[in-house]
Design a protein around this ligand. Structure first.
Ligand code: 5RP
Length: 227
């Protein structure tokens, strides 16, 4: 059976030029891309990496690649990342990892943000399969929850709770995560404005940021641009 995430990673590899600084997000497609880079030692030794993900940082160092700390990255040529779902304009939802704030910083810092994954992630219009995730300042938890209850009363709000310890999942910035399950999505520009609520650090909708998406599926591998 064809490994579509590996096929997408092979096409992503073709876009990388020697000497570049490559940003990498989280997930299995990114792990595939790193393995492919590792197989080309001349290219690998010329690259510098930056990543939004703790797990991926471990992979990068395990491969022996050069890794720059997030606070010191001034420029990223290409930021590759997976997502949960993206639409025809390449607006993406990145919910599972709970690291969307760092991911968005890298995506916006990069000259180019390219989504990679299997074709199942591509939809005409984003749907409510995945929640919108909010990273929220602990002191603003009640304020943000009240705002959501008042302005989106049909949404179900679930705080991310750790399965490894008693208590909330704490982000790498010391904040909480709220999964907001919509009955129906609002217009995306309105949804994007949720970041204006005091105490919301960032949310998991990547609106108009990706320039390309590389997807592989039964119809082959395609490089999509926003429609
Ligand atoms: C999490 C993400 C990940 O990038 C995404 O889930 C990775 O997916 P895959 O393992 O299919 O490459 O956005 O929020």
């Amino acid at each position: 059976m064809t490994d579509y995430k590996m096929e997408a990673a092979k096409t992503a590899l073709q876009l990388i030029k020697p000497g570049q600084t490559i940003g990498v997000g989280a997930g299995s497609t990114i792990a595939n891309l790193l393995s492919l880079i590792a197989a080309d030692s001349k290219l690998a030794s010329s690259l510098t990496f930056a990543t939004s993900s703790f797990k991926t940082a471990n992979l990068v160092t395990d491969h022996g690649f050069r890794l720059q700390g997030n606070a010191h990255v001034k420029h990223i040529d290409i930021y590759f990342d997976g997502c949960d779902q993206f639409d025809a304009q390449l607006n993406a939802l990145k919910c599972g990892g709970g690291i969307h704030t760092s991911e968005k910083v890298m995506a916006l810092l990069a000259d180019e943000f390219i989504l990679i994954g299997d074709a199942a992630k591509s939809v005409e219009k984003l749907d409510t399969t995945y929640p919108l995730v909010l990273e929220v300042l602990p002191t603003a938890l009640n304020l943000v929850t009240k705002w959501l209850d008042k302005n989106i009363p049909t949404a179900k709000i679930v705080m991310r709770i750790s399965t490894q310890k008693d208590g909330a999942v704490i982000t790498e910035h010391g904040n909480y995560l709220l999964d907001v399950y919509f009955v129906e999505f609002m217009p995306l520009d309105k949804m994007n404005n949720i970041k204006m609520v005091t105490g919301v650090v960032e949310h998991s909708l990547f609106l108009g940021i990706a320039g390309k998406a590389i997807i592989a599926g039964p119809d082959g591998t395609k490089i999509l641009t926003p429609r």
